[in-house]
Design a protein around this ligand. Structure first.
Ligand code: UN1
Length: 506
């Protein structure tokens, strides 16, 4: 543990702010590993004045960064990607230490960072605008994309490093500077990432481009959200958090990019390949201990295959190795903290009260190095039970049986969230219906692939209470830029659009 921390430049006590220099003199925040409850290190939080200094640096940094050519910005991001390659294993293990996901997933998360850096480097030469044909003679129209400004990035504990990179790598090539407020449950991974970026930024003499402000809601979160100098706030977390951030940013007519909760379902039709379905459900529902926003929370299964699929899943669940996420072979580590364990237990109790039946799991494990290890749980439920409409950030899977694919897809959509969805089927008609306008209402819809583990090349995000934001690939970059429509008149006359005549005198 000590070795990983020192390799990544983490000391016993660390300043929580970075703007080109490190500082931080506020309260001390302990980072506790969910693996064994040990304190890994502490961080001195930003005071109000220190947060203000970070914002001022990001504002000043923006004025220079926006004038750096985009491909040159891309070259800086390439170097950050290369630094991440160097530190892939160590950073992945720190993610495991601080967050509790297994090493394969910790390292996989760092791989997502590397991937988005590669994507951003290419993007830096492709920030294309359209040209339009003007209705007026001797006029040219086009649109161009300008950097937007310093942006605020609020991230959650469950993807403590990748979500920053989806925002920061894209923002950087777009010419924006970033202020990062990480989750107070995972500050060390944020420090480690910032130290990695620092080496590159410093070698180019760049200040205020990728900044960090670790602090609480009152000192950092709320001021950031209310700050008119930050034209975009990108926030990942719970629906409850989004319902605070969204209206607060809107109140100043700012732009927000929200990535909130999911209540993702896998629908399995008659004749589906159940071997694939079992593996996808297992990864989606048990992977990351059910703490992805894309985790599979509902299994909507056709009655013709329900018994077989359920019994195969129960068998697979019983064989999941639960324990130290750093150890090879472990598939499920601990939940993040006691609050998460309480949410797990409460959801199961509520489900039982609503008439659901626990098929396996449902218990907190005794005798583990911390009280945060639980059993992955399968619950037979009905679509009309209120509990199945809620996102509980834990490895709980509700199995709901139905008699027609139409009914299953209706149930899939009948929840407040709309992030990820999947159908397992060999029937082209069912697959196409699922992907049609009246099919899945989610931001992500997969066929014969589970709900989690999306690639960075697509735009990531979802609808309804998931918040509507899109980040990472495709044209998600447009949210990070300011679109400008340009019309140039080289005709020597002044014809008005829509054929309006408006002249006086001559
Ligand atoms: C999240 O849980 O906040 O698709 C993000 C996935 C990952 C990202 C999850 N690429 O599961």
């Amino acid at each position: 543990m000590k070795e990983i921390l020192s390799q990544l430049g983490i000391e016993a006590t660390n300043p929580g702010c970075y703007d080109g220099e490190w500082f931080g003199s506020g309260d001390e925040l302990e980072s506790v590993s969910p693996i064994d409850g040990e304190v890994l290190a502490t961080v001195r939080l930003a005071t109000a004045a220190e947060h203000e200094r970070v914002v001022a640096s990001a504002v000043a940094g923006f004025a220079k960064w926006r004038d750096t050519p985009a491909p040159v910005r891309g070259a800086v991001v390439r170097e950050i990607g290369n630094e991440l390659r160097e530190h892939r294993e160590a950073l992945g293990r720190l993610v495991t230490l601080e967050m509790g996901k297994i090493v394969a997933e910790g390292v996989g998360e760092v791989q997502e960072m590397i991937d988005i850096c590669d994507f951003a480097v290419g993007l830096s030469r492709q920030l294309y605008g359209l040209t339009m044909h003007s209705e007026r003679p001797g006029h040219r129209m086009y649109e161009q994309w300008h950097p937007l400004g310093p942006i605020g990035v609020i991230t959650a504990f469950n993807f403590p490093v990748a979500v920053w990179s989806w925002n920061a790598a894209i923002a950087a090539v777009c010419g924006d500077t970033v202020i990062w407020k990480p989750s107070d449950k995972t500050p060390l991974t944020a420090l480690a990432v910032t130290r990695i970026a620092e080496r590159v930024l410093e070698s180019h003499g760049l200040r205020g481009v990728m900044c960090l402000s670790v602090g609480d809601i009152d000192t950092v979160g709320a001021p950031m959200v209310a700050d008119p100098r930050l034209p975009l706030i990108s926030a990942t977390g719970s629906v409850a958090m989004g319902k605070q951030v969204g209206p607060a940013v809107a109140a100043r007519l700012g732009r927000s990019l929200l990535e909130l909760g999911g209540n993702n379902a896998i629908t399995v039709t008659e004749g589906a390949n159940l071997d694939l379905a079992v593996r996808a459900v297992l990864f989606g529902a048990v992977g990351t201990a059910g703490q992805r926003c894309t985790s599979t929370r509902r299994l909507l299964v056709h009655s013709a295959v329900s018994d077989e699929l359920t019994s195969r899943l129960v068998k697979a669940y019983d064989q999941v190795p639960i324990g130290d996420p750093l150890a090879e072979g472990t598939l499920m580590g601990p939940l993040i903290d006691g609050q998460a364990v309480a949410a797990y237990t409460e959801a199961i109790a509520l489900a039982k009260k609503q008439g659901a039946e626990v098929l396996c799991g449902g218990e907190v494990l005794d005798g583990m190095p911390s009280p945060y290890y639980v059993k992955p749980t399968i619950i037979r439920a009905r679509a009309d039970m209120p509990i199945v409409k809620e996102e509980t950030f834990a490895p709980i899977l509700y199995v709901i049986e139905g008699d027609s694919v139409e009914q299953l897809v209706r149930w899939q959509n009948d929840v407040p969230q709309g992030l990820s969805s999947a159908m397992f089927t060999q029937d082209l008609g069912h697959a196409e219906r699922f992907l049609s306008h009246g099919g899945s209402d989610c931001g992500i819809a997969n066929i014969n692939i589970g709900t989690s583990g999306a690639e960075i090349g697509g735009a990531f995000g979802g609808e309804k209470e998931t918040g509507g934001g899109r980040e990472a690939g495709s044209d998600a970059w447009k949210t990070y830029m300011r679109r400008q429509t340009v019309t140039i008149n080289w005709s020597g006359a002044l014809p008005l659009a829509q054929g309006i005549e408006f002249s006086a005198g001559d």
